[in-house]
Design a protein. Sequence first.
Length: 473
Amino acid sequence: MNIKHNNRLKRTSLSLLSSVLLMGLGSSAHAIGPVEVPKTWGGDLASRQRLTGDWGGVRDEMGKKGVVLDANMLLLPDGVATGGRDTGAEFWGSVDYSLTLDTDKMGLWPGGFFKFQGISSFGNTLYYDAGAVVPTNMSSLHPIFNEASSGLMQASYTQFLSEQFGVTMGKMNLLDFTPNEFYGNYNTQFMNAGLNLPMAYAMVPISAYGGGVMVLPTKDITLMALALDASGTPDENNISKAFDDGVTLVSAVNVKIKPFGLVGHQGVSGVWSNKSRLSLDQDPANLGRTLLNERYPFLGNPGPVLERILNKFFPELLIPVQAANRKDNTWSVVYSFDQYFWQPDGDSKRGLGVFFSFGATDGNPNPIQYSYMTGIGGKGVFSGRPYDSFGIGWARTQFSDQFVPLLRERLNLGLDHEDAIELYYSVVVTPWLNVSPHLQVINSGLSKTLNDNNRLQNMDTAVEASLRMNILF
């Protein structure tokens, strides 16, 4: 009887922990813990939670037993109206699909969660037309940057050992840890990469094998630390290669606050990696090697654009003549906060608020020196539209002084900083469909570009418009 009683207490405490995670971490809790399951997936077409409904009751029964199978489609017709490298329109889309298993609900053991997630992308992006260094379409960063492809984002197992402590391991999707109250989810919030996460994290892998721990001293404080394969990618699934090139350590603390009864969060996070990378401080003869070999997961890949300019004006520098300088470690630190300044009485999920983030790095080998992000976000501000949301944000990416100084000084290419302003309004048409028009104004870090005649021309501020559709199946 005592054993059964203790098991019930353990299950109850871990159930309470799941509730704390869902309330305290928002959608990022889905990366490592429980998935919120509605009472039913069914209903008529206008009210059901997913387009395909409850599958004749099978989906509801699966949810009760801890098995959740989901799919999400993003459709993005967009175009550059003026400025940038070129005007034009393209269509991009992606589908991510996931399977989550709750071992407690499955009748196995309490506190265990498996998650498997894949993603497939299709179409073409406006990365080269917009002329921005920081991608204007966050979803184009994975599985392979700016290419239609498929990859495994996550295959992880998490075990909560108590209300205050949990461990996780496997292939981790780092994008699942980035959502905040007003930014970080490109399916429903901002699209620009600089308004999804701090660009100071340019060296952090998007998806990688690793593991870590999470500690909750109180229900309002979350501590997390992860050790990841420094070279992990969504399309690399060979676990035997993990950590061959080094480790990336990610740590974070998040504190939930409620000044005057209004919800807010304060967070500090840091990254350190011992992977050997090409230094930005190179003899000019090695410049081409740096541009073509280095990859920056969250920044995309500015190398080919700069390599074309290098090939046009300094072709002799594409042939290295000596060993390249290398850096054996890199670091970055980020502070961020979000804070509601108005909320309807008794509703902690709606309101109007502000957000801010600042990141700093070593500036070498990280091509980003500082990153800034700030803006205003709203959820359910209008009583007649309780589930709609909107955002107005500004992001600045300050490049390192050591990032291709030859091209900056000799050709006046700029590369000092890049500014992006984005506005969106997300209309929840049904629980499974939201549609949001977006407008981005980008003052690219590159002030010049090569035209069709292979000549340098000034690049004007780009204006990009898109209509995002997000469908839950």
